[in-house]
Design a protein around this ligand. Structure first.
Ligand SMILES: [Zn+2]
Length: 347
C-alpha cells in the first residue's frame, strides 16, 4: 500500500491524485536519485491498477494479483541472461526490462513493443517498468519512441532513472515526469529502526552516511565502516602532526591503504576519509548546531579540528575529490595516494 512506503510523500500525492481522477497517463518517468523508492512506487502503482479488491487509490496488498505483482520487487540484479528478456512479475500484465550488460538494447525494446500491443490478460492495465532507462542505447531509444507513440491506452510504461537528462528529449516530452527526492536522514533512521530493528546508534550513523537513500543505508556495513573510519582517523592525525604533517607516517598509511590484498577497501576508505574531513571542516567553522555525519565520533573530531584552519580542511576535501575523479582513468593508486597525502600535508 502507498501508505506503507516511506519517503517521497509528494510524489505519492501526485500518483494518488492521478488514480483518484482516473487519469493515469500512458507513459511516465520516475526521476530521482538511486535508492529512494522509485521502483517500489512503480510496482505499487501497478498493483493499484490491477488489484482485485482496490479501495479508492490504494491496492489491498493481499489479493493474488497484488501478491504476484510484488514478486518483481525481489528480482535480483545479477542474472544477466534473464535480464535480456522481459522479467515478469508473477502477474502476466506486469513486467520489467533493465540493462543486461551496459545498455538496454533494441531486442529488449522490440519484445516490449510486442507485449504492449496486447490487451491486459487478467488485470485492467499492462504495466511495464524500464529500469535505468537512461541506459537505453540509440537504437533502443528510437524503438521505444515508436512504442510510446503506438501503445494502446491499456498499457502504462514507467521509465525509472537517476539521470533523466540521459533520455532523448523526444522520449521525455511524451512522458509525464514524477520527481523523487533524497530522504531526510531522520526518515531513513526511523525506517531502519522500525522496519529493520536496527539499534538507535547504528541506524543514526547509517542514515547520515546514506545521503538520503534507503537502498544505500541497507547496503551499508556499519562495522566495516567503523573500521575504515578508524584507520582514516589515523591519516588525519598524521596530517596535523607537528603542524606540517608526519611524512613517514603518511607514506606508511598510503602503503597500507593501497595494499593489493585489500583492493576493494580502497574506495570505501577514501569515502570514509572524505566524510571525516567534511566533519572536521564543519567543526572548524564553529557553526552552532551543525550536524556531523560522524556524530558518534564528535569529541575526537573536535580535538583534531582544534588545530586546523577551515581553509586547510576545505583544501583537503578538494584534493581528495580531485584524486577520485582520476580513479576512473588508469592511474597507479600507490603513486597517486603518496602524492595526495604529501600534498595534503603541505596544504
Ligand atoms: Zn489487491
Amino acid at each position: 500500500m502507498f501508505s506503507e512506503i516511506v519517503g517521497n510523500k509528494q510524489a505519492q500525492e501526485v500518483l494518488r491524485r492521478m488514480l483518484a481522477q482516473g487519469r493515469v497517463p500512458g507513459a511516465m518517468i520516475f526521476a530521482g536519485p538511486e535508492g529512494v523508492g522509485k521502483k517500489l512506487y512503480a510496482l505499487e502503482l501497478a498493483r493499484v491498477l490491477n488489484c482485485d479488491a482496490r479501495h479508492g487509490d490504494e491496492a489491498c496488498g493481499e489479493c493474488p494479483a497484488c501478491k504476484r505483482i510484488w514478486r518483481l520487487s525481489l528480482s535480483t540484479a545479477d542474472d544477466q541472461e534473464a535480464a535480456k528478456q522481459i522479467i515478469w512479475s508473477g502477474h502476466r500484465d506486469v513486467g520489467l526490462i533493465r540493462p543486461a550488460a551496459r545498455f538496454i538494447v533494441v531486442d529488449q525494446v522490440r519484445e516490449l513493443e510486442r507485449e504492449t500491443n496486447f490487451r491486459p490478460h487478467e488485470g485492467a492495465r499492462r504495466v511495464f517498468i524500464i529500469d535505468d532507462a537512461d541506459r537505453l542505447n540509440e537504437s533502443a531509444s528510437n524503438a521505444l519512441l515508436k512504442t510510446l507513440e503506438e501503445a494502446p491506452p491499456t498499457t502504462l510504461l514507467i521509465l525509472i532513472t537517476a539521470r533523466p537528462s540521459g533520455l532523448l528529449a523526444t522520449i521525455r516530452s511524451r512522458c509525464q515526469i514524477v520527481r523523487f527526492a533524497p530522504l531526510p536522514a531522520a526518515e531513513v533512521e526511523e525506517f531502519l529502526v522500525s522496519r529493520y530493528k536496527r539499534s538507535g546508534a547504528e541506524a543514526s550513523l547509517a542514515a547520515r552516511l546514506a545521503r538520503g537513500s534507503i537502498g544505500r543505508a541497507l547496503e551499508l556495513n556499519i562495522d566495516a565502516y567503523r573500521e575504515q573510519r578508524e584507520s582514516m582517523l589515523g591519516v588525519i592525525e598524521a596530517l596535523i602532526a607537528g603542524g606540517g604533517g608526519d611524512r613517514e607516517r603518511l607514506l606508511r598509511a598510503a602503503e597500507e591503504l593501497t595494499d593489493a590484498k585489500r583492493k576493494d577497501e580502497y574506495e570505501p576508505r577514501l569515502d570514509a576519509l572524505q566524510t571525516l574531513l567534511r566533519d572536521v571542516w564543519l567543526l572548524t567553522l564553529r557553526t552552532p548546531g551543525a550536524e556531523l555525519i560522524n556524530e558518534d565520533a564528535r569529541e575526537r573530531l573536535a580535538r583534531l579540528s582544534a588545530g586546523v584552519e577551515s581553509r586547510r580542511a576545505a583544501a583537503w576535501i578538494s584534493q581528495i575529490e580531485e584524486l577520485r575523479q582520476q580513479l576512473g582513468v588508469n592511474i597507479n593508486r600507490r603513486v597517486a595516494t603518496d602524492a595526495l597525502f604529501l600534498s595534503m600535508a603541505a596544504a
